[in-house]
Structure formats: structure tokens, C-alpha cells
Design a protein. Sequence first.
Length: 401
Amino acid sequence: VRSQGGNNAGHTIKTEGKELALHLLPSGILHPHAHCYIAGGCLIDPKVLTEEIKNAEKGGIALMHRLHISPYAHVIFPIHCLLDRLHEEKKGKKAIGTTGRGIGPCIEDRSSRVGLRMAELIRPDIFEEKLHLFYEMKNLILEKIFGQKPIDVKAIFEEYAIFGEFLRPFITDVEGRISEALFRDETVLFEGAHGTLLDTIYGSYPYVTSSSTLASGICAGAGIGPRYIDEIFGVLKAYTTRVGAGPLPTAVDPDTLENFQEAQDFREVGTTTGRARRIGWLDLVLARHAAVLNGVTQLVLTKLDILDVLPEICVCVGYSLDGQKIDKPPPLIEDWERIEPIYETMPGWQTSTKEVEKIRELPKNARKYIDRIEEFCNVSIGMISVGPAREETIEVDEEWM
């Protein structure tokens, strides 16, 4: 179940020698018996979703009767993407570095109660009238504030009515279906779309996304009560990355970055934007902060194999701000950008972990690294990935947890 965000999130799945880049479709589409849901808290660009569905079906992935889309999800239009870009241009050097996918403007319209939803998109009679009113307001903003030409709403209606017709068979009572599955005690997996520190309230504001990225936000986005969440898996990369603007206290120097880049499966490029991610040492302060905010019950450590090439590894265990030690990120971004990381240096293992199947087979120093993460975050690690393929995953035995 996807319950928040839109096609500003990207995730790449590699299995059986195939690689699939997704932005809106849930990862479960590769399992032929899994039902996949895009819930009401999501934002949907119908053009992007239509293309993703068609590409998946061309690849032999059957989605009819398996993919279910909520009528409550709001629709992203070209005007949202245009306004996203224009707002960023106005900010100049203070631009946030958004993906330009129209997420922020669409959520603004949802909050202002003027946005259109998938429910309207599949009803041409209602959709046309509301779309004209919507674009009347938006064209005024384009002309009066940004000096842009108005957009032809007739062309937008004709194009999006076609998308609505294509997507109509997938639109159903998603929230009801999820609730029924939970009542039957079936296993339901909710898939987060963004990192914790991109949360609109508790993230590195204003360098954040426009929705809640916390586990608690899943309930509102999927239309379920919090009592149905019984496990919360926190996915933690073995080092820190960031794409776009915003603070990265543990950013590595150019020489260390070159060492990272020697790893076979490094490839730190955003799936959605194609922008290179910035690289930093593992920030345990942020990891622990995120674990607390989400109530994480188990960690999933990814990309451990990237560290195989490093002779030494630093981990951030605290911050210094104006000579004072602090143990969590400050609320003001101006302070966040001034903090200095306090590091512990650990010996690397400089041995390949890619063929490892059991945690006891990992190099001694790799296990020490894992132990330090668990100790600092006060959360056990249940899974470890040592490569992009599904089979390159270590499921931690209980004796080692």
C-alpha cells in the first residue's frame, strides 16, 4: 500500500536479472498474487501513472484486478508542475531543490479545498466543469504574478479525460478493501515513499517534502486506525545520502567520495530526477531521531557492501553547536547548517560482503559496525542488504538479534 507522496519518489527493484524503476506503482506489483493499493493520501499524475501501468504490462506484469486506486487521491495537473518550477525560480539561491513534479502546489490545492481528485477525473461531466473553474483561478496566478500566458483548459480536459477513461477500471474503494483485509487478519505491508527527515513537520524544514513521511502518517493516508500497525521497519542506508538542497552535516570530502565510488554498485543517482546524491558518513544521531519519531521496531540496513572498499569508516555520534554538545537536530535550519559532527572512527573490513548469506559469515569489523548501529539506535537490525538483487539479502537469525 502506498499512502502518501506522488511520483516525486522513486524506487528501483532488481530481481531475476531485471531492473524496474517505479514512481507511483507499489513495489508489490512484482508478486503475481499480491494486491497493490494507491491510497487516498497519495497524489497522482495520471499521465505518469498511465505510462507506468503500460510499461509494466509490456514487461509481462498483469495489473488488472490487482492494482487498486483510491478515488480520494488528488490529481496533479501540468499547472502544478509549472507552478512548482516558477516558485523555485523565484526563490533563486534559496530554492529548495524540489523534484519539479508538482507535489507542493497540488498539496496546497488539497489544503485549500480547490483540488480535483480521481473521483472527479473519471466523471467527465463533473470533471469538465470543475476543471474550468480550477484553471480560471490558476491562469490568473500565471498572468498576474508570473507574467505567463494562460493555459488552454480545453486541451487539458481532452487529454486528461482520456487518462481518466484508462484508469477508471483500477479505481475502487481502496480504504474499504484495506480495512477488510485487516479485519480478516491478512498481512498488509505499507510502503513509505520518503525519508523521515523530509517530513513536512519534523524534517529539515524548509528542505522537506509536502506530506508526512512518518509511520504515523500512514494511518491518515490509508484511512485506517493506528491499532492496525503492529510492526514498523525502518530502512537505513549504511551511509547517509541527500538529493537536492538542505543540510548534510556528515558530508564526505572529495577524496573519500572517490573511495565510495569505487564500490561496484554505488550508483547514487536519484531515480526520479537523475541528480547525483550527496554522500555523507552514517549519521547515527539522525538515525536514532528517526527511529524515535517513527516508533521503529526493527531496522533494515541497506547497501552495506558499498563500505567494503573503505579502510576506515566514520560514524556521527553527536553534534556540536556553539561549543555545546547536542544529541538531536535543532529545529532552526540556520542552526542545523552550522552544527559540527562528532565522529567515532571504526576500522573497515576491505573484504567483499556480496556473497555473504548469514550474518555470522560477515567480516568481524562489519559485525562491529552493525552492533554499534543497534546499540546507538536501541533497535535491532532484522535484515541487511549487500547488493541490489533480492537474493543479496541477509535475514538476521534470532540468535544474532
